[in-house]
Design a protein. Sequence first.
Length: 346
Amino acid sequence: MNKSYSCDSSQFSSYLAEAFSRFVEYKVNACGYIPDSYLQPLKLFDAYCCGCPQGHISLEPEVVLGYVDSLHVNNATARRYLSAIRAFSEYLILVEGIDPAEVYVPAKVVRRTGRTFRPYVFTKNEVASLLRAAEQYEPAKRGQPTTNLPNCMRCIMAMLYCTGMRAGEVSCLLASEVDTDNGIIHINHAENDNRRIVTMSPSLVDVCRDYTRLSSGHRSSGLYYFDTGAELNDGRVLTKTIYKYFRRYLKIAGIEHKGRGCGPRLHDLRVTFAVHSLQRLTENAIDVNAYLYYLQTYMGHASLRETQDYLWLTGESFRPILERMENCAPFIQTIFEEKERDPDYE
């Protein structure tokens, strides 16, 4: 049996010395990393932290960003050093239980290659128009057995925007997983094998109850929550069907689709949910950096970096959020401008 690795805290001198030592031990013993993966970058950061005394374990944005500014290394090395600090920040919150408001998690600085899709963020007026189009749309009657599909689609569009769920998650929802009495949705089959509970707003609960009422007598197996009424696939509404209707609603709402690969995509409703949630947080003077963790869990992201990636936004949403986050992550502005200058970034 291999002996557990022990990290000597005397290698560090700052107020974070003991925490650095526990972090390296955790990464080696629990995650299988070699010590040198973190010791070198943490020793450099530790030396910088010696000039920033604190009374308790915390990680202020000024300390992290000041350290980044002090580095005189190439971009690849800077990304590696920052990655170590980001892993340490997440460890403090997730393993040691430090209040997220006390720990700054630096955004992931990545070098993107190839074409990068720029998400389409719907304005609130566009969302209203899209949901209105779904409410009013009536497909041509051609004797198809999917009698309940229009009812499904009205509720699906509202659920996609109001919860930020993935289209595949909505498609696979079982009838037993939607609890309108308590206003919650149990997601048991999600990307990253990540089970979670999603809360519903009162308005979405009303939409779901209307759907249940209108669907009475039009369901097939009753296995899936969204049931087309047909026997095929036990009545499940496939994601390709959701996308087909989504494109029809875009046309009715007067929202231009710019062609394959240019959007708006169905997934952009999920992006829009994240952006509008962040927007409400900034308007309410709430610490966005801390609440990114809660949004990460709610949306079922495997890591905080996936949630942070939604900060590459457009239109009415990005600038106010960027201004509110300026004290926490000022270099986001630089990265965003680099993306705008990239000819492959559309």
